[in-house]
Design a protein around this ligand. Structure first.
Ligand code: CS2
Ligand code: MN
Length: 367
């Protein structure tokens, strides 16, 4: 596996590149141009700027997260073709500086959804929390107020500008069923995957978070059968997934190690994080350690290891520790510790296999 770390850009992230540099084994940053309005082409000079900053720190910029999808594409409106043309241009621009993987998602209106961004845990740290009953009974506008009015940073997927017309957006989705969303996704993929193929790019869709319907909006990248269906929409190595253990792990029916085994050839990018599920459907994000949450991080890494995984991996959301001021889920410390936990498991998997092989060899030599 190749370790990478998400960075929101200079002036847009409390975490600095020289801090990331001190985390063992990180080779690249996962980045995006967060200020470009969704649907616009990413200008080459702005892309080059990030490449330059990464180069100065010896990081690669192979992975982009996310090039977000304009709502008109998800809605299947006639105007989608203009945005798809921009998307293709962005793919080409990114490929021209050496980008290999583009992460994106196909969730209507919102990105990840939580009811509390900084919920206090028993150890005094804070983490993102989802209260199921609250989401079921709340007006989405309340959530938008809470999440998008974060004073320090705008949050991808919760841009106040875009969500100003929330009522219109919800109105437009009234007519869009799950099957329509599948069709709109297929239309998009049929257009862009050939461009990705021609430019050596792997597209990697991120699962829906949480992987169920919220506020009556359809969600489809939610489960193993649905991911199987997704991969068949366009059967190409350039049509892949970002396997996010945290998003899929909120549903106890999702067997993530099994998904790793089944989809391994189509996973260019892995997100690894843990969370604790409660019986009432609530969940809270935890440290990466298997014992701290409901997701078996050890088994997931073992599945990647056993399949000879060479793709990109990043620690996903972490807790906020030691009073750090940071983007929700994206502090420095817990993600850095998460990386060391992942390396600890990976290195010992590697060792134990090598040692077993050596023992077999020794035995052979004895005879
Ligand atoms: C989240 C998302 O789970 C995650 O990684 O932080 O914001 C994610 O970046 C997007 O859904 C990917 O498009
Ligand atoms: Mn993720």
């Amino acid at each position: 596996m190749e370790m990478v770390f998400r960075w929101f850009g200079s002036g847009n992230d409390a975490v600095q590149l020289d801090q990331i540099k001190q985390i063992p084994g990180v080779e690249g940053i996962v980045w995006a141009l967060h200020d470009i309005p969704v649907g616009d082409e990413w200008p080459i000079n702005r892309i080059a700027e990030v490449k330059q900053q990464a180069d100065e720190h010896g990081f690669h910029i192979d992975v982009v997260e996310s090039v977000n999808i304009h709502e008109d594409i998800k809605l299947g409106l006639p105007t989608r073709d203009k945005y798809i043309a921009n998307y293709k241009a962005t793919i080409k621009n990114l490929a021209s500086v050496g980008v290999k993987v583009i992460c994106y998602n196909f969730m209507p209106v919102f990105d990840w959804t939580r009811t509390e961004l900084y919920k206090k845990l028993d150890d005094g740290s804070t983490a993102m929390f989802y209260e199921k009953a609250k989401v079921e009974n709340m007006d989405p506008m309340e959530l938008v107020d809470e999440i998008s009015n974060n004073p320090d940073f705008t949050i991808p997927g919760w841009e106040p500008e875009r969500l100003k017309s929330l009522a219109n957006l919800f109105g437009a989705y009234q007519k869009v069923s799950e099957e329509d969303l599948w069709n709109n996704l297929k239309y998009f993929l049929e257009e862009i995957i050939p461009v990705a193929e021609a430019n050596g790019i792997k597209m990697a869709i991120h699962p829906d978070d949480p992987p169920w319907k919220i506020f009556g909006l359809p969600r489809i990248i939610t489960s193993q059968p649905n991911i199987r269906r997704f991969l068949q929409l366009v059967d190409s190595p350039s049509n892949g997934i970002t396997l996010c253990s945290g998003s899929l792990g909120t549903d106890p029916n999702n067997d993530i190690p099994d998904m790793v085994h089944e989809f391994i050839d189509r996973i260019p990018f892995a997100h690894i994080r843990n969370l604790k599920r409660y019986d009432n459907g609530d969940f809270i994000e935890t440290s990466h350690r298997t014992k701290d949450g409901s997701v078996d991080i050890y088994e997931i890494l073992k599945a990647y290891y056993d399949n000879g995984f060479t793709g990109y991996v990043r620690p996903d959301h972490g807790r906020h520790l030691w009073n750090e001021k940071c983007r929700p889920g994206y502090g420095l410390y817990d993600r850095a510790m998460g990386i060391m936990y992942l390396w600890g498991i990976w290195d010992s998997l590697e060792r134990s296999v090598n040692e077993k092989e050596l023992a077999v060899l020794d035995k052979k030599l004895d005879y």
